[in-house]
Design a protein around this ligand. Structure first.
Ligand code: NAP
Length: 290
């Protein structure tokens, strides 16, 4: 039976360490790390994510400034707000909650963020630095996955890793980070032949799944002794209307074969927020030093 990789407990430990670091940074510089969150529209899931990011800031003694904007906001006015936040020296990190409403081009908006305030690590400059192994801000989910592996004593060196998904937010950066950590990485996606996808899963000693479809990976595909990182967040309907969160992997089936697996919820999700806090403190440090 697989060990559960408890992202919730680890993120708690990381946040406790960060609280100490933040306290001494604030005491020595009189600068309070500040994260600006921007939420356009009223998507309930996005509102929940932003709320928990803001709560994390407040618990760490960071300043949290929130900018809720109506769904009819124009891209131009959002860009004006980003320019104001870029110019505001008291703001160290800027987070635009995705997805943006239809009609907005998220890449235009994300590219407008000052790369030194890009705590999500989505700006082309930060993505390029990551690719060149000179990372400044690494996007939070891939960074959290690597930290979870490290803290669980999993060294990717020389191992066969498969990443399902090639998004610029999760799949591609985690594949880069695993490559930098000396794994032999295979990336598969929607255009991969089905037989190749299954073979890629079966050979994986480390399997990262970031697709967004419940039970996408059947348990019997999982290699004996594999480390399974399930990034997916899918809400299944329940009788009480609240819905139930599941990942992309058949958790029960995979648990019978894997050595370790992340639960959903409580695996990758909490690590993502902890890494956002790490990046925000780092942004405050960088901007204070420059
Ligand atoms: P995304 O941008 O929609 O990317 C999904 C990826 O899955 C794409 O690369 C797509 O391939 C691939 N894919 C789709 N159908 C496939 C199929 N039939 N076979 C193989 N590959 C397929 O999503 P994302 O932003 O990477 O997020 C993925 C999941 O992770 C979502 O459930 C999201 O909610 C979750 N997530 C969780 C966290 C967290 O903190 N836990 C953070 C971010 C995302 P193509 O490129 O060919 O289209």
């Amino acid at each position: 039976m697989a060990t559960e990789l408890d992202g919730k407990a680890l993120s708690k430990k990381i946040r406790a360490e960060l609280a100490h670091e933040a306290e001494s940074f604030i005491a020595s510089t009189q600068v309070r790390p500040c994260l600006a969150t921007v939420l356009v529209g009223d998507d309930p899931a996005s509102a929940v994510y932003v709320r928990s990011k803001r709560r994390s800031c407040e618990r760490l003694g960071f300043e949290s400034r929130h900018f809720p904007l109506p769904v009819e906001t124009t891209q131009q006015s959002l860009l004006t707000l980003v320019a104001e936040l870029n110019a505001d020296e008291a703001v160290h990190g800027i987070l635009i909650q995705l997805p943006l409403p239809e009609g907005m081009d998220s890449s235009v908006v994300l590219d407008a963020i000052d790369p030194r305030k890009d705590v999500d690590g989505f700006h082309p400059e930060n993505v390029g630095l990551l690719a060149l192994k000179k990372a400044r801000f690494v996007s939070c989910t891939p960074k959290g996955i690597m930290r979870l592996l490290e803290e669980s004593g999993v060294d990717p060196k020389g191992r066969r890793a498969t990443v399902i998904g090639r998004s610029s937010i999760v799949g591609l950066p985690v594949a880069l980070l695993l490559t930098h950590a000396h794994a032999s990485v295979r990336i598969v996606h929607s255009r991969t032949r089905p037989e190749d996808l299954e073979a890629a899963v079966r050979e994986a000693e480390i399997l990262v799944v970031a697709v967004g479809r419940p039970a996408f990976v059947p348990g019997e595909w999982v290699r004996d002794g594999a480390i399974v990182i399930d990034v997916g967040i899918n809400r299944l309907p329940t009788d009480d209307g609240k819905g139930r969160l599941v990942g992309d992997v058949d958790f029960e089936g995979a648990s019978e074969r894997a050595a370790a697996i992340t639960p959903v919820p409580g695996g990758v999700g909490p690590m993502t927020i902890a890494m956002l806090m790490t990046n925000t403190l780092e942004a405050a440090r960088l901007q204070h030093a420059s």
